[in-house]
Design a protein around this ligand. Structure first.
Ligand SMILES: *Cc1c(COP(=O)(O)O)cnc(C)c1O
Length: 362
């Protein structure tokens, strides 16, 4: 845990806090940038749209990927001038009007291409029938509402001659939670498919694995970057749009232990926060990794399996189940890997608890 996070934890009151380690984020993004030499990076804003996070990332990415008018507005306000990719399966009429303003527009269906009346540089989002086994979530490789199968693509190609849209290439975001060899397999298939259409630009999506169970197990950016350099032909543009694997590690959620009790033989620690601030372990079904900062007076209880819960009136409010820990009231639990799909995917207003404080390091 960074010293700055520990310092905030030492003096934490009962109001929980998020800490974003922007220095750590910059170091990580710089290493990813270096590993991915030759490939453009557009950060997927939905992972964490915090303005300070976007500003910290800007020097290390080539642009930002957005999926709503709200995210578009955030990016143009906070990091003006950065190229924007605009995707998402259901664009409203107001959103379609933004197409001429973006670097790349990701078309998700023939109907969307018909509704796109202004000029736009487009990528066709393809959903190829490639196997995506081992993925945490699948957006492709079968019937999903994301992108188009080869028949949908063929229809778009027929529409293009009478459209003001300019075809630049293909986009594919088929799955999330994949390691580098699996993503390279998909990249190979997407490149082959796009070359068959005669295009030279490829957005290969995000979905780089983040392992919450083994936090030390990091996505192999070096292998992915090297593999993509080998796959790319001269004159081709390759782009990726990672979200989670860029920002997950920079965020911490801090909360104090209010009560420790045993119920029907199981030990529970009830925390001042809850999964309405950090929904990630509930949605992903994992134990959120954490560090304990001991503050209470007196001796430490022996470590024993404990279930860490929030103070929402629902049995779903669980951060981690039966993990060995020594916890007493007054201690602080610092949940790690809370920088992506954490605060911004959570149901903040449930039970009307106070919002956490936000701190930024660097
Ligand atoms: C969510 C999303 C991403 C980012 O995915 P991560 O798993 O966070 O890397 C990239 N592209 C598209 C189209 C997405 O929907």
């Amino acid at each position: 845990m960074p010293a700055g996070v520990r310092a905030i934890a030492e003096s934490l009151g009962e109001i929980p806090a998020y800490v974003y380690d922007l220095d750590g984020l910059r170091r990580h993004a710089a290493a990813v940038r270096d590993a991915m030499t030759g490939t453009q990076i557009h950060y997927a804003v939905k992972a964490n749209p915090d303005p300070k996070v976007l500003r910290a990332l800007a020097p290390y990415v080539d642009g930002f990927e957005v999926a709503s008018a709200g995210e578009f507005q955030r990016v143009t306000e906070v990091v003006p001038g950065m190229p924007v990719s605009f995707g998402g399966p259901g664009k409203t009429t107001d959103e379609l009007a933004l197409a001429p303003l973006v670097h790349r527009w990701h078309v998700e269906s023939p109907a969307e291409l018909r509704r796109l009346t202004g000029p736009a540089d487009i990528l066709l989002r393809v959903n190829l029938g490639v196997p995506v086994e081992g993925a945490a979530l699948t957006m492709g490789g079968g019937a999903t509402p994301f992108g188009m199968d080869p028949e949908g693509v063929a229809e778009c190609l027929r529409l293009l001659p009478t459209s003001r849209a300019r075809l630049r290439g293909v986009h594919a975001h088929l799955a999330s939670g994949l390691d580098a060899p699996a993503l390279l397999e998909i990249a190979r298939a997407v490149l082959e498919y796009g070359r068959g259409l005669g295009v030279a630009e490829f957005n290969l999506g995000g979905g780089m694995a983040v392992d919450y169970r083994r936090p030390g197990n990091r996505f192999d950016w070096a292998a992915y970057g090297e593999g993509l350099r080998r796959l790319a032909a001269p004159g081709e543009t390759l782009r990726i749009e990672p979200g989670r694997a860029l920002t997950a590690y920079c965020g911490w959620y801090l909360t104090t232990v209010i009560d420790v009790k045993r119920v029907h033989g199981e030990r529970f620690a009830v925390l001042s926060g809850g999964t309405h601030h950090l929904r990630t372990p509930v949605t992903k079904g994992h134990d959120q990794p954490f560090t304990v900062i001991h503050r209470g007076a007196g001796g430490r209880p022996e470590p024993e399996p404990v279930t860490l819960v929030g103070r929402l009136c629902t049995p779903k409010d669980v951060f981690a189940r039966r993990v060995p820990a020594s916890l007493a009231p007054g201690d602080v639990v610092a949940f790690a890997m809370a920088g992506a799909y954490a605060w911004n995917i959570s149901h903040h207003d449930f039970l009307m608890h106070p919002k956490p404080e936000f701190h930024y390091l660097g």
